[in-house]
Design a protein around this ligand. Structure first.
Ligand code: GDP
Ligand code: GDP
Length: 438
């Protein structure tokens, strides 16, 4: 099930970053950063009451270049229109209604995307009035007074946002076709890979109607199985600003990955793995997706019989935070190993949804505990009572222990390795939740 995307749009200094940080930080849990991957806050996974959504920040605008502010705002708004399900348009009550607000509001209204109008910096909720109501003139609905800095009105704001979530639309439970996202930097060969896969298989429809986002979905039948490929390749934005391009590509990746079971992380063999690749892969990792690292353009490098081995080791070093990832070396040009790609997708997807019986699981864990004593501290030793799998996508285990504090990261890792030895789970991350039972 994928989450709705919420984007924040507004002029410089109205309080976008403040709002983003408050929403991402407090009411809300942000997925912990992937070790070794620096990440600016382009997106955050949030929950509000029973709703989960992904908040995206469409980007900063240089406040000192007033002549290009409107152009940048339009660009930002366009990114939001392209990717978001709901847009929070934020204005500043202290500055009042500004011409560029009206222009951007026109653009948002024409897009027919749901827009929630937040009037920020209303620091006193006792005496707001016409200064807030003035924003009705934007013609995009009721202004919601908030103070991002003082955390006022945020519940009302999120209620308005959540009204636009349409659960059915994101509920893919009924749809059990494998969903595969193809992500990676520009020019690594994403389009070529998808074309090759389409070329050799039957394509049913492309551009499925009813999806509100601009990701291009393509249905493909291979060996009697229907797959949905979610492609980010064709969707490039032209921008003069390098940061904007990168930001947009990350936002696109987040929205595509969200909807997928398995992610094909494409890298270019001739370039090796870069920091941007690690960042992109981190998105899939954070979200617990199945991951296949597809090293493309394998035809273009010189190799000996050791090259694959050496190359894999190098990749694993850079992507050390996801040791479970599968690797495959392909050429979209020659078609080398493109068939194997489908086999890997099937395998990883099965592992994403694999359920292990509790009895067998506890046999493995008991054996593991006997082989390596659990850690102790100040004379108290960790006891593991019981382990059970509670969900899939990714497979998630609850471990009942005597004292959570005693459960070291390294011991969880040890148990994970034992579980992997027994059941495989190749290509998927595993999640462990530690619970105390006295
Ligand atoms: P952005 O450029 O739209 O991201 O704006 P920022 O989040 O950086 O905020 C611009 C300025 O407005 C900062 O100095 C914030 O501290 C201030 N600010 C943000 N929210 C509020 C608010 O609710 N009340 C007041 N008085 N100031 C705020
Ligand atoms: P995208 O931006 O990730 O969708 O990348 P494209 O599919 O547009 O490919 C970028 C460039 O790499 C094009 O010039 C392709 O012809 C080339 N390319 C793609 N796959 C391969 C491959 O397997 N081998 C070689 N040698 N070139 C490739």
């Amino acid at each position: 099930m994928s989450k709705p995307i919420v984007a924040i749009v507004g002029r410089p200094n109205v309080g976008k970053s403040t709002l983003f940080n408050v929403l991402a930080g407090s009411a809300i849990s942000i997925v912990k950063d992937t070790p070794g991957v620096t990440r600016d806050r382009i997106y955050a996974d949030c929950t509000w009451l029973s709703h989960s959504f992904t908040l995206i920040d469409t980007g900063g605008i240089e406040p000192d270049s007033s002549d290009i502010i409107l152009a940048q705002m339009r660009e930002q708004a366009q990114i939001a229109i392209d990717t978001a399900d709901v847009i929070i348009f934020i204005v500043d009550v202290r500055q009042g209604l500004v011409d560029s607000d009206s222009k951007v509001a026109d653009m948002l209204r024409k897009s027919r995307k749901p827009v929630v109008l937040a009037v920020n910096k209303v620091d006193s909720f006792e005496k707001f009035g016409n200064d807030v109501y003035e924003f009705y003139n934007l013609g995009i609905g009721d202004p919601v007074p908030v103070s991002a800095a003082s955390r006022l009105g945020l519940g009302e704001l999120l209620d308005e946002v959540a009204k636009h979530f349409t659960p059915d639309q994101y509920d893919d439970e009924e749809d059990d076709r494998p969903r595969v996202a193809i992500v990676g930097k520009p020019n690594v060969g994403k389009s070529s890979i998808i074309n090759k896969m389409l070329g050799e298989n039957r394509v049913i429809v492309s551009d499925i109607a009813g999806t509100t986002r601009d990701a291009v979905d393509t249905e493909v039948i291979h060996n009697g199985t229907e797959y949905v490929f979610i492609d980010t390749a064709g969707l490039r934005r032209k921008s003069k600003v390098k940061e904007d391009i990168e930001r947009y590509s990350i936002i696109r990746t987040v929205t595509a990955v969200d909807r997928a079971d398995v992610v094909l992380m494409v890298i270019d063999a001739t370039q090796g793995v870069t920091e941007q690749d690690a960042k992109i892969a981190g998105i899939a990792h954070d979200r617990g997706k199945g991951i296949i690292v597809v090293v493309n353009k394998w035809d273009a490098i010189e190799k000996t019989d050791k090259t694959i081995y050496e190359y894999t080791n190098k990749l694993k070093e850079t992507l050390a935070y996801m040791p479970y990832a599968e690797y495959v070396f392909v050429s979209a040009l020659t078609g080398q190993r493109m068939q194997k790609l489908f086999d890997l997708i099937d395998m990883v997807r099965e592992n994403q949804t694999l359920r292990v019986a509790t009895g067998v699981l506890n046999e493995i864990v008991t054996e593991a505990v006997a082989m390596q004593q659990p850690p102790s501290d100040k004379g108290k030793r960790l006891k593991i009572y019981y382990v059970t799998q509670v969900s899939v996508k990714p497979p998630t285990f609850v471990v009942f222990v005597n004292d959570k504090e005693l459960m070291h990261f390294s011991y969880t890792r040890y148990l994970e390795n034992k579980i992997r030895e027994a059941f495989g789970f190749r290509g998927t991350s595993l999640k462990f939740i530690i619970r105390e039972r006295k």
